[in-house]
Structure formats: C-alpha cells, structure tokens
Design a protein around this ligand. Structure first.
Ligand code: DC
Length: 235
C-alpha cells in the first residue's frame, strides 16, 4: 500500500475515469481504488448488463434499439455498496449475480451498441456522478461520459491473461468454463465493442496506459495511485 500520504482533501470531488477491454482488471481495481479514496464506484458495464438482463426477461429483442432505449431510460436501476461489494438492484430485486451469467454476457455487446441505449445510460451515469468523488469504469468513461475527468486511465492486458481472470471470476460464482472459451468470447467482444458505430472502445489521447498483464491487483491500484499523486495532487 502506498497511499498513506495521499491528500484526500485535495482529491475531494474529482472524477477518475478508467476504461479498457473485458478482463483488463477494471472492476476490481476501480472498486478497491474507490474504497481507498472514499469515492463512489460507478460500474457502467453493470448498467449495460442490467438493461440486457431486463430485456431478456421482458422478451425485448437485443436488436430493438427503440424499446431498449426506453427500457434504459426508465428501469429503476440502483447500486448499493456494502462492505466494498457493489450490489445491483432493479426495483426491489437484486440482480448482482444474474447480470454476470453467460446469457447476459452473450447479448450485452449487441444491446449496448444501440445509440438509444447509450444516450440513456450516459445521461444516467453523468447524473449519478453528481458532485464527483467518483471512480467510473467502462468503455467510454474517458471519452464520452466524462471527457473532462481529472485523470484518465486505460487498463489493458493480453487476451490470455484476461481469459484466465474471467474463468476465476466465473468459478467464484459457481459457473464452470474454460480459458479457451473465455478467450474466444473476449476476442469476439473486443471486436464488437471497438468496432461499433456509437462510442466504441477507444483510448483517449490524454489517458495513461496501464498494462496489467504482469501486475497483481494491489500493483494495479498502486500504479494508479502513483499517477493520481503525480497528476492531480502535485498539479
Ligand atoms: O465491463 P463489462 O464486461 O461488465 O461490460 C459489459 C459490456 O458492456 C461490454 O461488453 C461492453 C459494454 N459496455 C459499454 O458498451 N460501455 C461501457 N461504458 C461499459 C460497458
């Protein structure tokens, strides 16, 4: 841990935006970072997953941009953080685990590619960020949602490492899969998320690249804290 001397007062109200492909370590890193800074963690991927889960439940086709956009605007989506765990609710129903199933993962890229869905979600994300003190992570938080973020990070890792991490994540949820399966899925999703017309995954020119292939989670958080120290605290 290297955050003993972080000046939390000077970091109040800031926005830290972290983008990167699936399995690059964004979620865990962002969650830990938010906890260390006393910030809110905004998991934008969970929001796209929640829309996808609702659409599948309500029988809305992943190709129906208008209906999905309406759903994204109106669904009663809420996050509750407990003991550093980010729990996801639609109304009274908790869907924290449900949004990570292979069925949702298999459809989320198509659902999140619609302009109507993106507009609705970006507006909600900006509103949720309120007064700042937020770590936001996703695919377009550094480019579209928070183009003026105080610091922008692009996390990356090779596809094999990312697939291995996904297998472990899913195993913890009781879902058995293989590295090969996950690697194929990651390559497919990368292609889709980077190639779509609206808000594709791209690296903002003013973002810092952190390659996490050989870093532990602790190492990733430390690296970002170093960047925060240099580029926010000492700015
Ligand atoms: O980070 P994740 O795997 O939970 O994200 C799920 C999907 O949501 C991912 O395939 C792309 C999409 N997504 C997006 O389009 N824009 C974001 N800001 C976050 C996620």
């Amino acid at each position: 841990m290297n955050d003993e001397k972080l000046n939390l007062e000077s970091l109040k109200g800031r926005i830290i935006a972290i983008d990167g492909p699936a399995g690059s370590g964004k979620s865990t890193t962002s969650r830990i970072l938010a906890a260390r800074l006393g910030y809110t963690y905004l998991d934008t991927g969970a929001m796209y997953r929640a829309v996808t889960w609702c659409a599948l439940k309500d029988g809305i086709a992943p190709s129906d941009g208008d209906k999905l956009g309406e759903l994204a605007r109106t669904m009663p989506l809420e996050f509750k953080t407990e003991n550093d765990n980010n729990r996801v609710f639609v109304g009274d129903q908790e869907i924290t685990t449900e949004i990570r199933t292979p069925e949702v993962t298999g459809h989320v890229s198509e659902v999140s590619a619609h302009k109507q869905v993106r507009e609705a979600m970006v507006a909600r994300q900006q509103e949720m960020a309120g007064e700042g003190s937020v770590v936001a992570e996703g695919r377009d938080t550094t480019t579209v949602v928070f183009p003026d973020a105080d610091i922008k990070i692009y996390l990356d890792a090779d596809t094999r490492t990312r697939a291995e991490r996904r297998v472990l994540d899913l195993k913890r949820m009781g879902i058995t899969t293989t590295v090969e399966e996950q690697e194929a899925d990651i390559i497919r999703r990368d292609k889709y998320d980077s190639g779509r017309e609206h808000s594709p995954l791209t690296r903002a020119d003013d973002s810092f690249i952190v390659d996490t292939s050989d870093l532990t989670i602790e190492g990733q958080v430390d690296r970002i804290i170093d960047l925060i120290r240099t580029h926010i605290e000492q700015a």
